[in-house]
Design a protein around this ligand. Structure first.
Ligand code: GDP
Length: 296
C-alpha cells in the first residue's frame, strides 16, 4: 500500500520517544526533524511539510507535553490530529443536487483513472439505490468509450455515447438532458486527459463545465504522480473550481505523499480512495482513519 515508507519512518521516530518518561525540547526538535525528512522522502510538497511541522512543533513545545507522564503519546496525538487536518479533517461526501440529477464531472490527466473511477462510482451509487447514467466524454483516447461501455455493461448501468465525432460539450449536454428524461439522479461525465496539461483540452473541459454546470468536479489523482501533482492540481483548480479529489492507485507501492499535498494546495477535500483495478475497489476517504493507519 501507499504510505508504507512514511508509516514505517514515523513509527520509528515515535518508537524512540516512547521509551522516555521525560521529553526535552531537544528531543522534540530532533523528532520533528526526522518527521520532516520522512514526509519529504514520501514526496509531500516542501511547503506543505514546512507548514505541517510548524503547527506540530508549536503544539508539541507547549506545556502539556513536557508535563505529561506519557509525553510520546501526547506528541503522537498532536501529529495524528495535524495529519488528519492535512488530509481534510472530517470525511467529505459526494455532492447531492437539490434538484436531481446531480452532475459529476471527472477531471485529471490521462491514465489517472477517470474512466475506471466513473464505473466504480456508478456501481457505488447504484448500490445505494441511485440510478446513475454514465456519459462517455473522452473521445480522444481510442479505447475510452469502449472501456466505459464494458464497465457499464458489467454493472448494469447505462452509458450514453455519441461516438467520437461529436464534441464532448455536446455529448455532456445531451447526456444530462437524457438523464432528466429518463429519471437518472446522477450523471457521471468521463472526460479526456492529457499527459501534460494542454490549453485546448483545458478549454474544452471548461466549456463542458459551463454547459452543464456540474454539482461536483472531481480531480482524479494517481497517487504515483510525483511532485508535479501540485502544479496539475493548481491548474485544474484555477480553471474549473474543483470540489473534490479522488486518489487512485493507493494499492500501488508508491510514496504517495505528493497526493497528500493536493488537499493543502487546492483546499478541496479528498472524497474517495481507489485501491485496485476491480470495480468494487473504491472507498470513501476518512482522513482520521488514514492518519491512524499511517501512524500505525
Ligand atoms: P483515464 O485515462 O484517466 O480514464 O484512466 P483509466 O481509468 O483508463 O485508468 C488507467 C489505468 O489505471 C487502467 O489500467 C486502470 O485499470 C488502472 N487503475 C485505475 N485505478 C486504479 C487503482 O486504484 N489501482 C490500480 N492498481 N490500478 C488502477
Amino acid at each position: 500500500m501507499a504510505f508504507e515508507g512514511l508509516s514505517t519512518r514515523l513509527q520509528n521516530v515515535f518508537g524512540k520517544l516512547r521509551g522516555r518518561g521525560k521529553v526535552t525540547e531537544d528531543d522534540i526538535n530532533d523528532a520533528m526533524r526526522e518527521v520532516r525528512l520522512a514526509m519529504l522522502e514520501a514526496d509531500v510538497n516542501f511547503k506543505v511539510v514546512k507548514d505541517f511541522i510548524g503547527k506540530v512543533k508549536e503544539k508539541a513545545l507547549g506545556q502539556e507535553v513536557q508535563k505529561s507522564f506519557t509525553p510520546a503519546m501526547v506528541i503522537i496525538d498532536i501529529v495524528n490530529k495535524e495529519l488528519t487536518e492535512l488530509m481534510g479533517g472530517t470525511q467529505s461526501k459526494l455532492a447531492k443536487a437539490n434538484k436531481p440529477p446531480t452532475i459529476v464531472l471527472m477531471a485529471g490527466l490521462q491514465g489517472a483513472g477517470k474512466t475506471t473511477l466513473s464505473g466504480k462510482l456508478a456501481k457505488l451509487l447504484q448500490s445505494q439505490n441511485h440510478k446513475p447514467l454514465l456519459v462517455a466524454g473522452d473521445i480522444y483516447r481510442p479505447a475510452a468509450i469502449k472501456q466505459l461501455q464494458v464497465l457499464g455493461e458489467q454493472i448494469g448501468v447505462p452509458v450514453f455515447t455519441l461516438g467520437d465525432q461529436v464534441s464532448p460539450v455536446e455529448i455532456a449536454k445531451q447526456g444530462v438532458q437524457l438523464a432528466k428524461e429518463q429519471g437518472n439522479d446522477y450523471v457521471l461525465i468521463d472526460t479526456a486527459g492529457r499527459l501534460q496539461i494542454d490549453a485546448e483540452l483545458m478549454q474544452e473541459i471548461k466549456d463542458i463545465h459551463i454547459a452543464v454546470d456540474p454539482d461536483e468536479v472531481l480531480l482524479v489523482v494517481d497517487a504515483m504522480t510525483g511532485q508535479e501533482v501540485v502544479n496539475v492540481a493548481q491548474s485544474f483548480h484555477e480553471q474549473l473550481a474543483l470540489t473534490g479529489v479522488v486518489l487512485t492507485k493507493l494499492d500501488g507501492d508508491t510514496r504517495g505523499g505528493a497526493a497528500l499535498s493536493v488537499k493543502a494546495v487546492t483546499g478541496c477535500p479528498i472524497k474517495f480512495a481507489s485501491t485496485g483495478e476491480k470495480i468494487d475497489q473504491l472507498e470513501a476517504f476518512h482522513p482520521d482513519r488514514m492518519a491512524s493507519r499511517i501512524l500505525g
